[in-house]
Design a protein around this ligand. Structure first.
Ligand SMILES: Cc1ncc(C[n+]2csc(CCOP(=O)(O)OP(=O)(O)O)c2C)c(N)n1
Ligand SMILES: [Mg+2]
Length: 876
């Protein structure tokens, strides 16, 4: 019967679709079939012009939960079909939307292309913001029964609602508790972010209580779903849900330490900081990066699944859930990552968009008006709308609507899924839907108002009723059961595939593959002819990455230049693409440096770190050194998290030549050297390249940036990998007979300029200045050497020390009395000529250093007298 009504309505609408007056005739049809939601778009660019059928804007309900009257419910359903024929009403609708009060479509989100059975099945359906609601040529229609689009079909309420058991809180109380607890904590310490936990409370419940598979009793269970809070400021939502889910680490007292004076050993940081044993997978805070981290986690899971799963043995089949706000979607890194995930078809990735259309400065309508669903669709994503569930005025339905969308997302294959949930930031407060509610305490009076509104006692703070905890009671047993099932699967897998299981276990343990060191060439196996250090690096990549699945390499479109490829490699790609498969370990990141580095962080975070800080994924990324500037925010986050990623940064100086100053780094190394926990290496030759790689792979945990030359450098007499792994060492002394006694001058240098330092030292020695050459490929490691060693290498109280490096001098005052360095941008030209032009010719360096030695023949310079010897050098 209904089906007939639907079909009649759909036929009518289709036949009327060019008739501007037609929509007024549709209301009666719709009234006869209330489930058939027909909307008429009022937007100018739609085929039919302005609208007839539309939602009537409705202010947010101020009613207490459970207090909705029958009359009110009826009013709501009829309002959905009420007719607004005039242009004025259309405009009002869109204004009302800006105030966040209505479910009316903002013009910028009018869908522009069909997504489902629009052309075939008679269902005029595009994805749109309402569950299963779509626009077609100005008509929006929801027709569940014939539509093939993934609609968020609400789960039966009984599955979620617990009203039948008086010991278990109603969902209204669960949401009220989360909202008021967030408001209380932020108010108590007058700082933090309560607005988003309040607005997205139902998303949190739907994720943690309903959708995600994890085991609070063993947070490190390998096949757990991963959750990344890209909108890190909303961490109270995560902390509260971890607590309710039963994580041992998250007591109420622990959650209350958020923003408190009791912070030193607190887990409740102002933004989540990696603590996987407490349910925090990665550190977030800089908006947008979390999306890229979750893409990395999803790629890691896909790759492991492709490498180790066998028919009937899906030992890796978890999902990666990422929570994003408006901000992460505005960030470039977010969009880069979205594009990557869509290209690779990462269907184990689900991005949940808390669409409250508010950021710190208020409405996003003044700066962010693009069509989000369309943008994701264009990138190859599946998009599901959970609508604005809070309009249900029924907490259980609010949660179940979202949970249903999440479930559909979980089931979708072939593409990552975006779930859009419209929310109101600060829900329940009179300050809701404003900028200030994002990051300011509500004020005592307002907190009391919110509690009264949700029928909680305004006199009590930090209340978490046992009944609310009980509503999460099934989470831990469910997680334990899932883990047990998986353990059983692993047992059977180990019997059936012992060698795969063994390797899988090794990778999970974080142990490096046995014998990897032996595959590195010894000094006498290295090429003796001069070659670029980037090419020497390629020898290491070839030796290791070609053999061990731990290595996952990639480039931001400069693979030919960065030598992170190997013979016979397979690309990480969707198998259907024809370019590779998911077991492939060469990642085409495209020209997306920022997300490349953040994705690498996600890859590194997927498997547990061993006590030595090694893990079963060793992500190698690469680009020109200059463009690591684009990746710097993510490398910084990797350093903060002590996650091991290796960045191959080639073309590291003026030596890049004709590409010019745009490509010639000057100041970048100063930033990386100043960054705690990141090691910047600049090896002088092939021998030191080996040392850099060794340290990057098994040295202290954290990221390394390996800077390599484009131009050829000789294998230097005296270069030594053992010395290099101390960060700096004496490579040679001229004349040779002063070795052991104190030279007059020490030239300390890095990378391709160590060869220059050797040449200059020989010249100066010829002029009677006994000179030793120190290669310092990694300052950060040299700093950690014992004082005695440092004094021996750099006897700066007995000899003059001059640094030679074609980067800014910043930082060298720590090791030297003077420097031969860059103080301007570079220039476009042949590389050898450029070094001459900027004063790095052998003759000029010998002269300026010789003059410096002469000027200080009787006295060493003191602190604060550091000199840049090329300052004033006429470059051009
Ligand atoms: C890269 C970056 N820029 C700026 C900020 C500061 N900041 C924190 S939250 C925020 C607004 C985020 O808005 P949205 O994602 O919509 O979150 P909501 O306010 O809705 O919770 C800003 C600008 C940041 N954390 N990261
Ligand atoms: Mg927002």
């Amino acid at each position: 019967m209904k089906r007939a009504a639907y079909s009649a309505a759909a036929r009518q609408i289709q036949s009327d679709s060019r008739d501007a007056a037609a929509p007024s005739r549709w209301a009666p049809i719709c009234a006869n079939a209330p489930e058939l939601l027909i909307l008429f778009s009022s937007f100018r660019h739609r085929t039919l012009g302005r609208g007839a059928l539309n939602f009537r804007p409705r202010p947010m309900s101020r009613e207490k939960p459970g207090h909705q009257t029958e009359g009110r419910k009826n009013e709501r359903s009829s309002s959905r079909l009420s007719t607004h024929a005039s242009q004025r009403s259309a405009r009002r609708s869109s204004t009302d939307f800006r105030r966040g009060r209505t479910p009316v479509h903002p013009p910028q989100w009018a869908a522009r292309r069909p997504r489902c059975g629009a052309r075939s099945g008679g269902c005029l359906c595009f994805l749109h913001r309402l569950p299963g609601c779509s626009l077609y040529g100005g008509i929006a229609i929801r027709l569940r029964e014939t539509c093939k689009m993934p609609h968020a079909t609400p789960l039966p309420v009984s599955e979620l609602k617990s009203d039948t058991n008086p010991k278990v809180a109603s969902d209204a109380l669960v949401l009220a508790t989360i909202r008021c607890l967030a408001a209380d904590i932020v108010q108590a310490y007058k700082g933090g972010h309560a607005g988003t936990p309040m607005g997205a409370a139902a998303i949190g419940v739907a994720l943690f209580r309903e959708a995600m598979r994890f085991n609070p009793r063993n947070p490190l269970w390998l096949n757990r779903d991963r959750f990344v809070l890209s909108a890190g400021h909303a961490c109270l939502l995560q902390y509260i849900n971890l607590m309710l889910s039963g994580y041992e680490a998250w007591t109420l007292d622990e959650v209350k330490r958020y923003h408190s004076r009791d912070f030193k050993t607190s887990k409740a940081a102002g933004h989540p900081e990696i603590e996987q044993e407490a349910g925090i997978e990665v550190t977030t805070g800089p908006l947008g990066q979390g999306i890229a981290n979750s893409v990395g986690l999803a790629m890691a899971a896909k790759q492991l699944a492709a490498q180790y799963n066998k028919p009937g043995f899906d030992i890796v089949d978890n999902k990666i859930w990422c929570f994003t706000g408006d901000g992460c979607l505005q960030e470039g890194v977010g969009q880069e990552a979205i594009s990557v995930a869509g290209h690779f078809g990462l269907d184990n990735l689900i991005l949940v968009y808390d669409c409250n259309k508010i950021t710190v400065d208020g409405t996003i309508d003044n700066c962010f008006t693009e069509d989000i669903p369309l943008r994701f669709q264009a990138a190859g994503w599946n998009v599901i709308s959970a609508g604005r569930p809070e309009l249900e005025d029924d907490a259980a339905k609010e949660i179940s609507n979202i949970a249903a969308a999440l479930q559909q997302a979980r089931e979708h294959t072939g593409a990552p899924t975006l779930v859009i949930v419209e929310t109101t930031i600060g829900f329940g407060s009179r300050k809701q839907n404003t900028g200030p509610i994002h990051g300011q305490a509500l004020g005592d009076e307002e907190v009391a108002y919110v509690k009264e509104k949700f029928r909680l006692d305004p006199q009590q703070r930090f209340v978490v009723p046992d009944s609310v905890r009980r509503s999460y009671a099934q989470v831990a047993p469910r997680g334990s059961a899932l883990e047990q099932e998986w353990d059983d699967l692993m047992r059977r897998y180990t019997e059936a595939y012992p060698s795969e299981a063994q390797e899988f276990a090794r990778r999970v343990s974080g142990q490096l593959p046995a014998g990897w060191q032996d595959l590195l060439p010894s000094r006498d196996q290295l090429p003796t002819a001069p070659q670029p250090t980037r090419k020497s690096s390629g020898i290491v990549v070839e030796a290791l990455a070609s053999r061990f699945p731990d290595f996952v390499a990639g480039s931001a479109d400069l693979l030919e230049s960065t030598f992170v490829s190997w013979k016979g490699m397979t690309e990480f790609q969707q198998p259907s693409s024809g370019f590779g498969d998911y077991a492939g370990r060469q990642i085409r990141y495209g020209i997306r440096e920022h997300s490349m580095a953040a994705i690498a962080t996600g890859l590194a975070a997927y498997l547990p770190q061993s006590a030595q800080g090694t893990s079963g994924f060793i992500p190698i990324i690469s680009t020109f050194f200059m463009f690591t500037l684009y990746a710097a925010p993510a490398l910084r986050m990797a350093a903060l998290q002590k996650l091991r990623t290796i960045t191959v940064a080639t073309h590291d100086s003026l030596g890049i030549g004709e590409d010019g100053p745009t490509h010639q780094p000057i100041a970048l190394a100063s930033f990386f050297r100043a960054l705690p926990g990141l090691r910047l290496w600049r090896p002088a030759d092939a021998e030191e390249v080996i040392a850099a790689w060794q340290f990057a792979i098994e040295g202290e945990a954290g990221p390394s940036v390996l800077c390599f030359s484009r131009q050829a450098v000789p294998l230097l007499d005296g270069s030594d990998r053992t010395g290099a792994t101390r960060g700096g060492y004496t490579l040679a002394t001229y004349p040779a007979d002063v070795a052991g006694s104190s030279p007059k001058l020490v030239l300390v240098s890095t990378g391709s300029e160590v060869a220059l330092a050797v040449a200059v030292a020989k010249r100066l020695a010829g002029q009677g200045i006994a000179t030793s050459v120190v290669s310092m490929p990694c300052m950060e490691i040299f700093d950690k050497q014992p004082l005695e060693y440092k004094r021996k290498v750099l006897p700066s109280n007995k000899a003059l020390v001059v640094a030679i490096e074609p980067w800014a001098s910043f930082g060298w005052a720590r090791y030297a009395h003077a420097s031969v360095s860059m103080h301007t941008f570079g220039h476009s030209g042949p590389q050898a000529d450029l070094f001459e032009m900027f004063g790095f010719g052998e003759e000029n360096v010998a002269k300026v250093v010789g003059d410096f030695v002469e000027r200080h023949a009787s006295e060493l310079p003191g602190v604060g007298e550091f000199e840049e010897l090329l300052l004033g050098h006429v470059a051009h």
